[in-house]
Design a protein around this ligand. Structure first.
Ligand code: S6P
Ligand code: ZN
Length: 195
């Protein structure tokens, strides 16, 4: 393929990437199995199944030797106590890393390795976050504006969603008295189930 330059277009918070050849839209219904409050999620789906995040990518082959890059735009909102989040995944080829650059908004990049160690890295405009090889990763928007993230990862890394859906992350990012807190998932789950 030929060298090229993509362009981050628009005015914050309404940013996109041009030229764009792949656009993925993820709605509330795509998050079944990934959130704590499944009842709140079902209510959202019934009420119109809103878009939670979008992904824009230029034409780079998802193949070894390439660096796939794009923009994730994660809209603000909550599902029960949890702030809007991406599904999260390990790379199938565990020995592949990823870089995220926060262009707009506030939130966290939460990460967990295969042994269950958990980290939450704050995302603010200008932050450049590093996902080491072997760490599952998920973005969470704790703000009131879209969280816009530029990501770069090795082509051919592949995406393992199933492990995250089965095991989840040990911690979740929830609203407590108007503020974002990173809390153990089991404690939050007990609270949600207990009403
Ligand atoms: C891919 C990279 C991002 C995510 C995107 C959505 O390796 O990490 O492009 O795909 O942020 O998250 P998810 O978990 O739904 O793929
Ligand atoms: Zn990834």
């Amino acid at each position: 393929m030929e060298p090229f330059a993509a362009r981050i277009a628009g005015t914050p918070p309404h940013l996109t990437l041009l030229p764009m050849s792949r656009r993925h839209v993820r709605r509330a219904s795509d998050l079944v199995g990934y959130v704590i409050d499944e009842e709140a999620l079902q209510a959202l789906i019934i009420a119109g199944d809103p878009v939670v995040y979008e992904i824009y990518e230029p034409e780079v082959p998802d193949a070894e030797g390439h660096l796939v890059f794009g923009l994730t735009v994660l809209y603000p909102g909550r599902i029960g106590p949890e702030y809007h989040l991406t599904k999260g995944h390990f790379h199938i080829r565990r020995a592949t890393a990823e870089v995220y650059h926060c262009l707009h908004g506030t939130g966290y990049l939460v990460m967990q390795d295969g042994e269950g160690s958990f980290r939450a890295v704050a995302l603010l405009p200008g932050a450049v976050a590093y996902v080491p090889p072997g760490w599952a990763h998920r973005s969470v928007n704790t703000g009131e504006e879209p969280l816009v993230l530029l990501y770069v990862y090795p082509g051919g890394a592949g995406h393992d969603y199933e492990t995250v859906r089965r095991q989840g992350f040990s911690h979740v990012v929830v609203e407590v008295d108007g503020r974002a807190e990173v809390l153990p998932r089991d404690a939050v789950r007990r609270r949600v189930k207990g009403g």
